[in-house]
Design a protein around this ligand. Sequence first.
Ligand code: ZN
Length: 161
Amino acid sequence: MQDRVGSGRHQYGGRSIGPRPVLRSLLRGATQRCPSCGHGAMFRRYLKVNNACPHCGEELHHHRADDAPPYFTIVIVGHVIVGLVLAVEMAYRPPLWVHAALWLPLTLILTLLVLPVVKGALVALQWALVMHGFDPEAKEEIGDGLPEIPSPLPRRLDFRS
Ligand SMILES: [Zn+2]
């Protein structure tokens, strides 16, 4: 089943087979849009990735972001907050309660803002690099996507002989 979508790209079973520029995909993902068409929403809720793009139908459920988004978010937010803490301490030497009142809520807000940006970019990067099930020529995943391990037992026990 091959059908044509708006941008001239062809799709085969919900996976585009056109070019996948990494930088463009990263920017689209960081703005939480579909890396393929740039129009559809990547998330259906705060951090829940749409199974498929609502605009072009590109399958997005193949992503394996796992704990990479929180990891990169901690790195980014940590560098920003620690830099600000040191700068404010050096410039004003405020009492500790001012530090606590400033940085605890700011850390929480910044984390909640950065997390979907990072997750969108990582899902788009996986799509652009044709990782996991994003390969249009890959077979459909069955079950959890892990390779089937052959059983040492015979498929069917025959007790008649
Ligand atoms: Zn799309």
